[in-house]
Design a protein around this ligand. Structure first.
Ligand SMILES: C[S@@+](CC[C@H](N)C(=O)[O-])C[C@H]1O[C@@H](n2cnc3c(N)ncnc32)[C@H](O)[C@@H]1O
Length: 333
């Protein structure tokens, strides 16, 4: 989903302003692409091509499956001995569809109830900080929006969802999100202010999650408000969230990945992976199980105690999910 890094990205530097928010670019952006950057770009392009091919194959397989089911249905109807039998088959199919629709409506209602309860009744507060739009290109922004969709869908499926906040939700970021079908109805707190303003009376409870922190998260404290950086950058802006939190004088913590997993690449995960790990942990209170269920196989080499096969690492992705199913879950909140 994520596009190739732009030319010259490895040499781009930025100076972060005292608030740690808006970097200013230097002339280094103009430099030609390094050998390493070219290699990375090629790898990314191959990955995108493979992904597009896989998506096309899946679409084709779904189409064939739909046609097969239609043929099966027509054959069944054709085998009906009388018109009465034929009508019975049509009626029972209608009934089945109605039941499925009702079941979906019930599921949707109970999901909304769970989300509302989390909002009113002390669900773990988790913020997605959306103040990095200026550091992403359109494709990265689209990728982030998709990750946020995953976050919303996964949270809705949890028995005890988290109380989710989108902060810094304005400008280009807001425009991108607003294009999502059903977004207006999402049961999520959308805040155009920064989390630092929105939670100014609870600053001591803010914890910015960042892989660069020296502090390891041991458990989730219901009083704390955990912040995830809304950034798709293939870690181009390494340390940006740590610097931001330090400048703002708020706590930071990294997930305890190193204690449970050996990663085949960096320990920097995507926004939706981090949220899913937190949600699994809230459900199981077991970090190891949470990491194993969420971190894609290709990103790990095994658990921290045992050696196993090395899997080729692909960097930030959303994981292979069913996009159509995801959209269905997000539409109409
Ligand atoms: C793709 S990462 C962004 C990396 C970015 N360069 C940075 O400095 O945060 C998206 C966000 O997920 C969270 N995250 C990713 N890996 C993490 C880890 N191992 N521990 C804690 N938080 C993590 C952080 O909040 C991070 O900002």
């Amino acid at each position: 989903m994520e596009s190739a890094p732009e030319s010259g990205e490895t040499t781009t530097t930025a100076t972060v302003d005292p608030c740690g928010v808006k970097p200013t670019f230097t002339d280094e952006e103009e430099k030609p692409m390094s050998k390493n950057a070219k290699k990375k770009l090629l790898k990314q392009q191959r990955y995108e091509a493979k992904k597009a091919e896989k998506k096309a194959m899946e679409k084709e397989a779904k189409k064939r499956e739909k046609e097969r089911k239609q043929r099966e249905w027509e054959e069944k109807l054709g085998m009906a001995a009388t018109e009465e039998e034929r009508q019975k088959l049509i009626e029972s199919r209608k009934e089945l569809r109605k039941e499925r629709m009702e079941q979906r409506c019930q599921e949707k209602e109970s999901k909304l109830e769970r989300l509302k309860k989390a909002r009113l009744d002390g669900g773990q507060k988790i913020v997605i900080d959306l103040e990095f739009a200026h550091l992403m290109n359109t494709s990265q922004l689209n990728s982030l929006v998709q990750q946020i969709m995953y976050c919303y869908a996964v949270n809705g499926r949890c028995e005890y969802p988290a109380h989710l906040f989108l902060t810094g939700c304005e400008g280009e970021m807001h425009n991108h999100l607003q294009r999502l079908p059903g977004y207006e109805k999402w049961v999520i707190d959308k805040e155009n202010r920064s989390y630092i303003q929105a939670f100014e009376d609870q600053k001591e409870n803010l914890v910015y999650l960042t892989a660069d922190s020296e502090t390891t998260l041991e458990e989730l404290d219901p009083k704390k408000i955990y912040i995830i950086g809304g950034l798709v950058d293939r870690n181009r802006w390494k340390g940006i969230t740590l610097d931001k939190a330090k400048n703002q004088g708020i706590q930071t913590a990294k997930l305890p990945i190193g204690s449970y997993l050996k990663m085949s690449s960096s320990q920097v995960l995507t926004v939706n992976q981090v949220l899913e790990i937190l949600l699994k942990y809230l459900e199981t209170r077991d970090w190891k199980a949470s990491f194993f269920q969420v971190v894609p196989q290709r990103k790990r080499c095994g658990d921290a105690e045992s050696e196993s096969d090395h899997h080729d690492a692909e960097e930030e992705t959303n994981g292979e999910r069913d996009d159509v199913e995801l959209k269905r879950q997000c539409i109409g909140a």
